[in-house]
Design a protein around this ligand. Structure first.
Ligand SMILES: Nc1ncnc2c1ncn2[C@@H]1O[C@H](COP(=O)(O)OP(=O)(O)OP(=O)(O)O)[C@@H](O)[C@H]1O
Ligand SMILES: [Mg+2]
Length: 507
């Protein structure tokens, strides 16, 4: 039967006669009508939005007979209100509602970060609306008039695609996990200790504090914990607290309600909400203000918080991993870090030792980076001369593994795919900054500010170089904040405005 041309009522027995209802497929489809919410199996919810009463009730009867839970609305405003409330698994949306067209509704839903699956109903199946609708994330569309079987087929297909997508996500996570356990290199006793700790805490939900110098591998540890934990199927959300302007930190972490401040044009989910059932990695936790610290403490205690400008408590369940290269205990003693928060975060601490204290790992790391960085995509891994390896082993690596990685990457290019020797390694030439040199320049008549400026410029250049151009890491290495670094760089004419950096972290 055809729906939507002329209002025709009654379900008739169409669904049993349709070709897609063979036995085997029938079973498969029933399995798709349930979904897992908070561990319990519940019927999938479908929100039907059409101003035509007959279509609405037909779809409702049809789909609830299939085992879906149906809600109905008849205007665009109602859709926008109902979606967050009903939280449907699928929205069947008429393209032409009296108050708003479907494309506009889709656009607004996306603006509210409502990622509900959408099946568009349209009487005007033109390519452009179809394209527009799919661009805005509609999974499929149906032109009126349509066949009942076609409705069922498409609804079921949306759900099949959804479960396929989540299967793919799971698989990808598992692959990532395998990649990652191979990505954390190191076999020294100190690294073995870290693996043991990770193994011990992986199955718990204890908060973890990861400490260590810049470039030592704190983020790698956080990744590894996540992918070995009970939360590995969930997201791993990273927030770099220094990368964010102070005013945005809380909205980034906790989200905000529409209109809570000038730029808050729509409600927005914070990182904590995104990390639900997963892991949140709070990088550079030592840089948080006391007011943000207070809010964070509440999340740790009550597993809930309010969005900025909101009053409804939002519940989250996620594992928290925090990292810092500051000595947090000292920050506590100096009154810059809350003691109660410190003890909450610090249920388990993993200290990642600097590379100079685990030099036996250097050859393995070098091999790893030689495999990672090829001269051309088709080149075999470059080889390294024994004397060059010795140079790498005897160097002290103030920028730790990151600096080693960067040095190897550059050496591969310098050696043009051939054997790497010491001449391809650029490690710091400390001579250049020696006190003798500075003295000589002063004696030659240069002024102190001139020499100091020159030294500063060199240090800035090196810090950036050691950190592969990463300004946040460079500022930490220099012990200054990012704003000071930016200011100094521009004073020295070194570099354009800050490049945009992903708040997810730095590579
Ligand atoms: N054990 C390791 N095996 C392989 N690669 C590593 C290891 N440790 C660190 N790296 C690599 O070194 C770089 C720096 O590591 P990471 O970002 O984890 O350092 P970090 O301690 O978080 O530094 P920062 O304090 O500057 O943020 C990354 O590219 C990472 O992949
Ligand atoms: Mg880091």
């Amino acid at each position: 039967m055809t729906i939507g041309s002329k209002p025709r009522r009654g379900l008739e027995a169409t669904r049993n006669g349709g070709m897609i209802h063979g036995d085997a497929q029938g079973d498969a489809q029933m399995a798709q009508t349930e979904t897992e919410k908070d561990g319990a199996k519940v019927a999938k919810r479908i929100l039907v939005a059409d101003d035509d009463e007959s279509i609405r009730s037909l779809l409702a009867t049809l789909l609830s007979a299939e085992g879906y839970e149906i809600s109905e609305v008849k205007s665009g405003q109602e859709v926008l209100r109902a979606v967050p409330q009903v939280d449907p698994d699928l929205l069947v949306l008429d393209l032409r509602l009296p108050d708003m067209d479907g494309i506009e509704i889709l656009r607004r839903l996306r603006g509210q970060e409502q990622n509900v699956a959408v099946l568009m109903l349209t009487a005007f199946g033109t390519a452009s609306t179809a394209i527009e609708a799919t661009k805005l994330g509609a999974q499929d569309y149906l032109s009126k008039p349509f066949e009942i079987d076609d409705v069922l087929l498409r609804v079921n297909r949306v759900f099949e695609l959804q479960s396929l997508a989540s299967e793919v996500r799971k698989l990808r996570h598992q692959l990532d996990a395998r990649d990652l356990s191979e990505r954390m290199i190191g076999n020294t006793r100190k690294m073995q200790e870290i693996y043991k700790t990770i193994g011990m805490i992986a199955q718990s939900d204890a908060n973890v504090l990861v400490t260590g110098e810049t470039g030592a591998g704190k983020e790698v540890v956080a990744d590894t914990i996540h992918f070995h934990s009970n939360y590995r199927q969930g997201p791993l959300v990273k927030v770099n607290l220094t990368a964010l302007p102070e005013t945005l930190v809380e909205s980034e972490l906790f989200g905000h309600e529409k209109g809570s401040f000038t730029n808050a044009i729509a409600q927005r989910k914070g990182r904590f909400e995104m990390a639900h059932k997963g892991t949140i990695f709070l990088d550079e936790i030592g840089d948080m203000t006391l007011s943000t610290q207070r809010k964070l403490l509440r999340v740790l205690q009550d597993k809930q918080f309010e969005r900025v400008g909101g009053s409804v408590p939002v519940k989250v369940d996620c594992r928290i991993i925090a990292a810092t290269n500051k000595n947090l205990k000292e920050e506590v003693d100096a009154g810059r870090f809350r003691e109660d928060l410190y003890y909450r975060l610090n249920v388990v601490t993993i200290f990642v030792p600097p590379l100079r204290e685990r030099k036996d790992d250097i050859p393995r790391l070098v091999e790893h980076f030689l495999t990672k960085f090829r001269y051309t995509p088709k080149s075999p891994p470059a080889r390294i001369a024994e004397e060059a390896m010795q140079t790498l082993i005897s160097y002290d690596w103030p920028g730790n593994v990151r600096q080693l990685e960067h040095t190897v990457e550059r050496a591969v290019i310098m050696a043009r795919g051939g054997v790497i020797t010491s001449q391809h390694l650029r490690l710091d030439d400390t001579e250049e900054l020696s006190f003798v040199d500075i003295n000589q320049r002063l004696q030659r008549g240069e002024s102190l500010p001139q020499v100091v400026a020159d030294v500063e410029q060199k240090m800035l250049g090196r810090a950036l170089e050691r950190n592969g151009g990463n300004r946040h890491a460079a500022s930490r290495l220099l012990g200054i904040d990012i704003a000071t670094l930016e200011q100094k760089l521009s004073e020295h004419g070194m570099g354009a405005k800050s490049r945009t950096e992903d708040v997810d972290g730095e590579q």
